[in-house]
Design a protein around this ligand. Structure first.
Ligand code: MN
Length: 271
């Protein structure tokens, strides 16, 4: 074939590809939210460099992805600048479950039954939450996450539910492996009621600590039959929702309606 003609053809092809890119570029500036999954930061719960994740972390990853988000595993954060930088690179935040919270953060001495604490993680979550709340970032806080949100806002915790909140209702199973399940009553008109569309949920439960005094600006939006606080939302925030149960485990174990909590986070993160 004539070299000139094939060069001409190649240029024609290239310009067609370029035009396509330009057209896609124009489209995506108009409707980026619909085509690009928002980056959802998952707060540190184990070393993100590990090739295989523990099943708790994997449950968050799978649920965020199923909800249409791009899961981003966050490192432990050590200073304000790093927190700002990380928030600049993501669109929504999940504060995950985990260790007990250091009671010195709410002015108490450790109870005899206080379990593992992780001061590095407390510091990291504190920096992350400070930056997130300052910029009205969408947040879902799960288990330890909702407890941390409460402490961050000046609230307190029961350090050891079995000895300090003695009701017939277990909030963590005796074998400490399987979930307990208990009903929670959801406040009408709350974020959680809007998302789940049901006044009562049979929620899973696996928590050693629990919310005692509620922090500033937080509304109690779900309680168990024994009075335990099971969900909070932050006033004056677009979407800051904390739940004591594990919606990600509900989802991966087949209660697919709980995906809606993460879908709502993805929706706010896309705005
Ligand atoms: Mn519970």
């Amino acid at each position: 074939m004539n070299k000139k003609i094939s060069l001409f053809k190649a240029i024609k092809k290239l310009s067609a590809v370029l035009l396509l890119f330009l057209a896609l570029g124009c489209m995506s500036t108009g409707g980026a939210a619909a085509t690009v999954p928002p980056d959802i930061g998952i707060s540190w719960c184990e070393d993100p460099a590990q090739e295989e994740h523990g099943e708790d972390l994997q449950a968050y990853i799978d649920t965020v992805a199923a909800a249409g988000g791009n899961p981003v595993l966050l490192p432990l954060i050590e200073n304000e600048n790093q927190a700002k930088e990380i928030l600049g690179a993501i669109d929504g935040l999940v504060l995950t479950g985990g260790e007990d919270i250091d009671p010195s953060l709410y002015g108490e001495a450790p109870h005899a039954n206080l379990e593992y604490t992780n001061p590095q993680r407390d510091a990291s979550d504190s920096l992350l939450l400070a930056a997130a709340l300052k910029s009205d970032f969408p947040v879902v806080a799960v288990c330890r996450g909702v407890q941390f949100l409460n402490v961050f806002q000046g609230g307190t915790l029961y350090q050891d539910l079995p000895s300090q909140y003695g009701t017939d209702q277990l909030h963590r199973s005796a074998d400490e492996v399987d979930f307990e399940y208990h009903d929670i009553a959801v406040e009408e008109g709350s974020l959680l009621a809007g998302i789940m569309g049901q006044p009562v949920l049979n929620a899973n439960s696996w928590h050693h600590q629990g919310i005692k005094d509620v922090g500033a600006g937080l509304d109690v939006i779900a309680i168990a039959e024994d009075g335990m606080i099971e969900a909070l939302q932050l006033d004056d925030a677009a979407f800051v929702l904390g739940v004591q149960f594990h919606p990600e485990w509900h989802y991966v174990e087949g209660d697919t309606e709980y995906l809606a909590i993460f879908e709502e986070l993805v929706k706010f993160a896309s705005e």
